[in-house]
Design a protein around this ligand. Structure first.
Ligand code: FAD
Length: 476
């Protein structure tokens, strides 16, 4: 039976109307289920189609129901409803899981997107955050007090999934992963219990939440905040791909002593059809040197001198801007509905072999929209021991993110194969185990053991708090 029909049949046998009456929020299910879509202008079919959609257009799953929770009570009722009926639960907040882990055919989606609130305590320098908040919401709230916590680089990504998968961003060299700045979570566990976890209570759950996901639904996060009451600097310099080897060797030298305020992440891309670029470069392969300086903006230009105004560049910019502007600058590059497939490999060193392989891989990308990003791992991220959280590989020099993006549905196989092949090549030569959970990719046969030496400890925590396997643990 196909997944759509199966979901309809299962849903029609569930008392979803009873669940719906017990929630502040709404329940959406395939048309046969007796559920009001909330908005009377929307047909049940349209409501279901919308509710099962996630950011990645490649994902096409048919859950039996989606419970839009608006309160902790809604989460408790939804988890208990699913538990009692042996339904597998997946949790969705920002819906930006690249592998589509927040929606699954035959499963029950606990959607937290409506629980979008942020409370900042500027004196204590902490923010309490609802699971439905996006980075845009959180950054705007903290910046109004001249404060920030390290977050992702696209503002509509969810705080919840990003934090539970580690979280890297421009402030990470200075303050660590997002998860390193987490100080407390409230969780509805797989046992159906509501608990608070921090350094002193339910320490195992707290440890897991710092990058290892959680055996339950997080209904509140608390983060440490740091002063950031000035503008930040951003540069990008586009070079022909032929010049990549010497430029990345220079980057390697720079990176060895880079200050914590600097976050330079070069990437390979094809030159887009944009009037900013010379006509004769469009569609050509390029290495983009790009970076952010989060320290005193008057020092930014000097810091990035060697990357700007290069004789071999064909387009460059250097700007000073508000942190919130920086944090949403990339949004348009990642539209919802496009097809995406991403994986990553940490490298102990960005040596000459790796640089050559990166250039070759970029040249072979089947889609003009794909990129390969070299993400720096210096500074604070490496100062936390591997035991401090489930995330391993903090001693990597850089992480290579291979990010395929394409629109043509018939081009899926070749794009997926490209990412897997590039990662297989890097994986065979790297000495670093695991990878950043947020960029781990799907769960195919070549999926890596993301948590490596921490995997067993994480599994034991999941077993303790979710002994009946209520939740599905595919990561990002
Ligand atoms: C455009 C884009 C940009 C990105 N940029 C970055 C970046 O700069 N840095 C970075 O580190 N990552 C980045 N990522 C990866 C991103 O962090 C992950 O995809 C993350 O899972 C997205 O979180 P979400 O809440 O939007 O996702 P969802 O799809 O809602 O959730 C993903 C998973 O997180 C878990 N989860 C979500 N909410 C809860 C909850 N309330 N309780 C328990 N578990 C929950 C579930 O396991 C779920 O399957 C980016 C992704 C995209 C698509």
């Amino acid at each position: 039976m196909d997944a759509n029909r199966e979901a309809r049949e299962t849903a029609s046998k569930l008392p979803l109307d009873v669940l719906s009456q017990n929630l502040d929020g709404t329940v959406v299910a395939p048309a046969e289920a007796v559920v009001a879509p909330g908005d009377t202008d929307v047909t049940p079919d349209d409501a279901y189609a919308e509710a099962r959609r996630v950011w990645n257009g490649m994902i096409n799953e048919y859950p039996v129901a989606i419970a839009y929770c608006e309160s902790v009570g809604d989460v408790l009722a939804s988890v208990s409803f699913a538990r009692e009926r042996d339904l597998t639960v997946v949790v969705r907040s920002g819906g930006h899981s690249v592998s589509g882990s927040s929606v699954v055919s035959g499963g029950f989606v606990v959607d937290c997107s409506k629980m979008e609130w942020v409370r900042v305590d500027p004196d204590e320098r902490v923010a309490r955050v609802g699971p439905g908040a996006t980075w845009g919401t959180l950054d705007r709230a903290t910046q109004s007090f001249g404060l920030a916590t390290p977050g992702g680089v696209v503002s509509d990504t969810g705080v919840a999934g990003l934090t539970l998968g580690g979280g890297t961003g421009y402030l990470s060299p200075k303050h660590g992963f997002t998860a390193d700045n987490l100080c407390e979570v409230d969780v509805v566990t797989g046992r159906g219990e509501r608990v608070t976890a921090n350094a002193d209570r339910n320490e195992d759950l707290f440890w897991a939440a710092r990058g290892g996901g959680t055996p339950g639904v997080v209904t509140a996060f608390e983060f440490d905040l740091h002063p950031l009451d000035h503008d930040v600097c951003y540069f990008e310099t586009w070079l022909p791909a032929e010049g990549a080897a010497p430029a990345l060797a220079e980057y390697r030298r720079y990176q060895r002593d880079a200050p914590d305020e600097s976050c330079v992440s070069p990437y390979f891309a094809r030159v887009p059809a944009d009037s900013w670029f010379p006509d004769d470069r469009r569609g050509e392969g390029a290495l983009v040197l790009s970076g952010v300086y989060t320290g005193d903006p008057s020092e930014g230009r000097l810091e990035f001198d060697q990357f700007c105004d290069r004789s071999d560049s064909f387009a460059e910019s250097f700007e000073t801007m508000a942190y919130t502007e920086l944090q949403s600058m990339m949004d348009a590059e990642f539209p919802a509905g496009r097809r995406y497939y991403w994986k990553s490999v940490p490298l102990a060193e960005l040596d000459d072999d790796a640089i050559g392989a990166l250039r070759g891989a970029a040249e072979n990308a089947p889609s003009d929209l794909s990129t390969i990003v070299v993400w720096p791992m210096h500074g604070a991220v490496g100062r936390y021991p591997d035991s401090s959280s489930p995330i391993v590989g903090r001693d990597a020099d850089v992480v290579v993110n291979v990010e395929a993006a394409w629109d043509d549905p018939t081009a899926t196989a070749e794009n997926v194969a490209w990412v897997r092949e590039v990662c297989r090549r890097f994986r065979s030569s790297t000495s670093i185990d695991g990878t950043l959970p947020n960029f781990a990719g799907g769960t195919e046969s070549d999926a890596v053991d993301v948590y490596a030496s921490n995997a067993e400890r994480l599994r034991a925590i999941r077993d303790r708090h979710d002994p009946d396997d209520v939740f599905l643990y595919e990561r990002t």
